[in-house]
Design a protein around this ligand. Structure first.
Ligand code: CP3
Length: 342
């Protein structure tokens, strides 16, 4: 079984010799080679230049014996392709060039031809697939419509998601109009990624957890269900919804194959409450990677023991990796999982 097969088997809850391991987003920021490239090229330049996106996608794989790569891009390429560019604030966080204020702003968004405007992504996937040579899986991704809408309506990173929630509560037809557009764009984008050869797609519902339980379905889940429906017969779908494992019944109802779980809950307990055909991804605390290899090894072994080879466990952190992560901690985590092979 090669690494790609191990990863895909786990996505489908088929038997594997050990859990596959990969690391969730922003791996770059703790790697000197990424920071060196950032000295010469802006984030947008790297994302939009297939050769540079290839290089950054491969950087963590050269260091760590991971089973899968994640495409280097960002969830915000979708709003950008719809007509709402973004950049990073100097003090951290995201700023959109403008925020959606009126119905006319929403109607002006262009959902048609998303894939054409993101052609540089499929060009990057072609290069990455050739380099991976069938040995490791390639994960494509997009933000959930709700998560993307928070950036688009708040005008960037938000503390309370007020405007987005107000629209959901007070003007459901307009909220739905926005979500229909974003959902159509994400579906077109995923289809492009799949046609270019990604082995699996991940939906990041990063801010689903700010919704009250009674509006989680209307605000986020129903749109993700549409997306999963459109792609699930082609590739496995991983759904990461930060902090929403309590509503795993709703998440399962989307048809996703694997649920990503944050570190604040026991992965084994979440898994025990799921149907057997649903996998789980996670869930070490990312801050552990800033500590010592000894602590990381102990936590990795504890998680492996707790999961007891349940089919469909993809070993990962519970969220993105921090810039302060230490290379020796990352190495120890991956090597400990690899050594667990039977
Ligand atoms: O591992 C990878 O690098 C894969 C590519 C990837 C990035 N972003 C690159 C990136 C992926 C999968 C993402 C997903 C993403 N982007 C999400 C969903 C996942 C999650 O964390 O919940 C979200 C919410 C975003 C939006 C985003 N992009 C944020 C909030 C930030 C941090 C901004 C800050 O305060 O610095 C980014 C920036 C970003 N995206 C970086 C990378 C490598 C860091 C850019 C840099 O500092 O060089």
């Amino acid at each position: 079984m090669n690494r790609r097969e191990r990863f895909l088997n786990a996505c489908r809850c088929q038997p594997v010799d050990r859990p596959p391991v990969w690391v969730m987003r922003q791996a770059g920021r703790h790697l000197p080679e990424y920071l060196a490239l950032k000295e010469k090229h802006s984030f947008h330049e790297i994302v939009q230049t297939p050769e540079l996106a290839l290089e950054v996608t491969m950087q963590p794989l050269r260091r760590y014996a991971m089973d899968a790569a994640i495409l280097f891009s960002d969830i915000l390429v979708i709003p950008e392709a719809m007509g709402q560019p973004y950049h990073f604030r100097d003090i951290g966080g995201i700023e959109m060039e403008f925020k959606l204020e009126t119905a006319a702003d929403i109607d002006a968004l262009n959902a048609d031809g998303t894939a054409d405007r993101l052609r540089y992504v499929s060009d990057a996937i072609d290069l990455i697939k050739a380099e991976l040579d069938g040995d490791r899986a390639l994960i494509g991704f997009a933000g959930s419509p709700w998560t993307l809408a928070t950036y688009m309506l708040e005008g960037g990173s938000s503390k309370n998601y007020r405007r987005c929630k107000e629209l959901l509560y007070t003007d459901r037809p307009l909220f739905d109009r926005l979500m229909e557009k974003i959902t159509a764009s994400v579906i077109e984008y995923f289809q492009m990624q799949i046609d270019a050869g990604v082995d699996c797609v991940q939906i990041f519902d990063s801010w689903g957890g700010v919704l009250a339980p009674d509006v989680y379905e209307a605000g986020s889940v129903r749109w993700m269900r549409e997306i999963v429906d459109a792609v699930k017969d082609q590739v496995p779908v991983i759904l990461f919804s930060k902090g929403m494992h309590e509503h795993s019944d709703l998440l399962v109802s989307t048809g996703a194959n694997v649920l990503g779980v944050t570190w604040t809950t026991s992965l084994a307990k979440v898994a025990a409450g799921l149907p057997d055909h649903i996998g789980v991804q996670g869930n070490l605390d990312p801050v552990l990677m800033n500590t010592t290899p000894e602590l990381v090894e102990a936590a990795t072994k504890a998680l492996l023991d707790e999961m007891d080879n349940r089919p469909g466990h993809i070993f990962n952190l519970g969220h993105g990796i921090m810039p302060q992560a230490k290379i020796e901690c990352m190495e120890r985590m991956v090597d400990t999982v690899v050594a667990a092979a039977r």
